[in-house]
Design a protein around this ligand. Structure first.
Ligand SMILES: C[S@@+](CC[C@H](N)C(=O)[O-])C[C@H]1O[C@@H](n2cnc3c(N)ncnc32)[C@H](O)[C@@H]1O
Length: 206
């Protein structure tokens, strides 16, 4: 049984997939990520959810060798069903061993809101270690300096624990771990009627 903080992803995997399956809001940066990868490049997607990002990048480039990791069995099942050619790992990223210098690209799209600052620092270190020289990282998260339980439309009232991260923290820690930030995008996302969430998308290079 997953921790209460993230159980909503297991219970509402289908609903998440329907609500966030369309990645067009951030496809420009994803295309830039893909354009930096050579033919047959190895890509690791952490906290892949239902595989919405992997599906998009595979549509752009079906020569890529993609591995996906997520802690929620229901999410991994959706990836396997939709993308049978992708290697899936049902694992907690906090203990998943990323093999050193193995990947040309690493993606962590909205995985950071479930990581404390300390855990995020360790994750940046692991991502950097897993990337080859000139490898590229695509990271996105929700900006802010608070944390707590929240509900989202897809969870039908069930709470998920969200940890916001500031741009200053992300900048400093990403660069401290040997990644040069090459591009940013910021966006305000409207969740339900009144809630506005500041999103940040980062492209980094080793
Ligand atoms: C907001 S979804 C992001 C899904 C997808 N990457 C996207 O951008 O739409 C967060 C995902 O992170 C996964 N997750 C949260 N904590 C995790 C952990 N410690 N290890 C692996 N996956 C985790 C959840 O199961 C969920 O599928």
């Amino acid at each position: 049984m997953l921790d209460k903080k993230i159980r909503g992803f297991e219970q509402f995997a289908e609903e998440y997939s329907e609500e966030y399956g369309d990645v067009s809001l951030y496809e420009d940066l994803l295309k830039k990520f893909v354009s930096r990868l050579d033919h047959g490049a190895k890509v690791l997607e952490l906290a892949c959810g239902p595989g919405n990002i992997t599906e998009f990048i595979y549509k752009c480039r079906n020569d890529l060798q993609i591995e996906c990791v997520d802690i929620a069995p229901a999410m991994i099942e959706l990836v396997k069903k939709k993308l049978p050619h992708v290697t899936c790992h049902l694992k907690d990223i906090k203990s998943f061993k990323i093999r050193k210098n193995r990947y040309d690209g690493v993606i962590c799209s909205f995985g950071l809101p479930y990581f404390t600052q300390k855990e995020a620092m360790q994750l940046f270190n692991n991502i950097s270690g897993g990337l080859k020289k000139n490898g590229v990282a695509y990271l996105s998260t929700m900006q802010g300096d608070t944390e707590g339980f929240e509900t989202f439309e897809f969870t039908r009232g069930t709470e998920v624990y969200i940890i916001y991260h500031t741009r200053e923290f992300l900048d400093a820690e990403i660069e401290k771990n040997g990644l040069q930030i090459i591009e940013y995008e910021e966006q305000v996302f409207h969740e339900e009627k009144e809630d506005e969430i500041d999103m940040i998308y980062i492209l980094g290079k080793k």
